[in-house]
Design a protein around this ligand. Structure first.
Ligand SMILES: [Fe+2]
Length: 279
């Protein structure tokens, strides 16, 4: 039987990918950030998943204003790195798990979550930067990855409650899969940041840290957070944090925080990172 044993959350700032791709990780600006991921790199080497269900958002790379799926599950065998304007990142092609993805799609859709099934999709920094942060620069990614793209770019994004419950449905789907697989769920994006308008550069460290305090032991105190609160307190791009709630919903009620890291700034974003293990 497949099972989910842990979750990982991390910001997915594009400038982090550029720092890795241009060998700038040891510069004074970046060094403290990458130090915060050393634990994850070591830990995952000892606890390698067979498959990661990686929750992220597409930044107008695979989708555009022409088509805006709320939840899009990557069911293909592989996903190429997207060209975001400077050519694709020099990272390996992401190998999916089409069989598990099809099983998740069936289970979750019959559970009344209307996922969009995507059989061809390039994946942008939202997905590849977390992989680079945790796995470095390998010739091939060390495990399979099922992308789950969430619309947090064009209003209206899904609610935190909907995301948490989708996580619950994904957990049920994985647990009913016959193959013996170790599965992790990653939630990416955030933390507080705003890229445009008079409040560009907004960072709210107390709010971010309260989110980090609560998502492990008390996620239900976060799932009713309104879109307006995310916007007001965490900036217009802080809404990406609803994606962490899919990861959290996919874990047990009782989890243990293995690692917690918070760093300001990376580009103009507050970076948060957690590893939660099911008890
Ligand atoms: Fe993003």
């Amino acid at each position: 039987m497949a099972s989910i044993y842990a979750g990982l959350a991390t910001s997915h700032v594009p400038a982090i990918g550029a720092a890795i791709d241009n060998a700038r990780t040891h510069e004074p600006y970046w060094q403290p950030l990458f130090k915060g991921y050393e634990f994850a790199r070591q830990w995952i080497g000892e606890h390698m998943p067979d498959v990661i269900i990686l929750v992220y958002n597409d930044h107008a790379s695979a989708f555009s204003l022409e088509i805006i799926p709320t939840f899009a599950l990557g069911c293909a065998d592989e996903f190429a790195p997207a060209d975001e304007g400077w050519g694709p990142r020099p990272v390996p092609v992401v190998k999916g798990d089409a069989e598990l993805a099809a099983h998740i799609a069936q289970s979750v859709i019959l559970d009344e979550f209307d996922l969009t099934i995507v059989n061809r999709m390039d994946v942008d920094h939202g997905l590849t930067v977390p992989l680079s942060l945790v796995f470095g620069t390998p010739a091939a990614w060390p495990c399979r990855v099922i992308p789950l793209a969430v619309n947090v770019v064009q209003y209206p994004p899904p609610t935190g409650n909907r995301c948490f419950n989708l996580g619950r449905a994904i957990r049920k789907a994985v647990q009913s899969y016959a193959r013996d697989l170790k599965v992790m769920v990653w939630g990416t994006g955030g933390m507080s940041h705003q890229l445009q308008g008079p409040r560009a550069g907004l960072i709210n460290q107390p709010w971010d840290n309260s989110f980090l305090d609560r998502i492990g032991p008390d996620p239900r105190s976060l799932i009713k957070t309104s879109h307006l609160e995310y916007l007001r307190e965490a900036g217009s791009e802080g809404i990406e944090l609803v994606m962490w709630l899919i990861m959290r919903g996919a874990l047990n009620d009782d989890t243990r925080v293995l690692h917690r890291f918070y760093h300001v700034p990376a580009s103009n974003t507050a970076v948060g990172h957690l590893i939660l293990e099911n008890r």
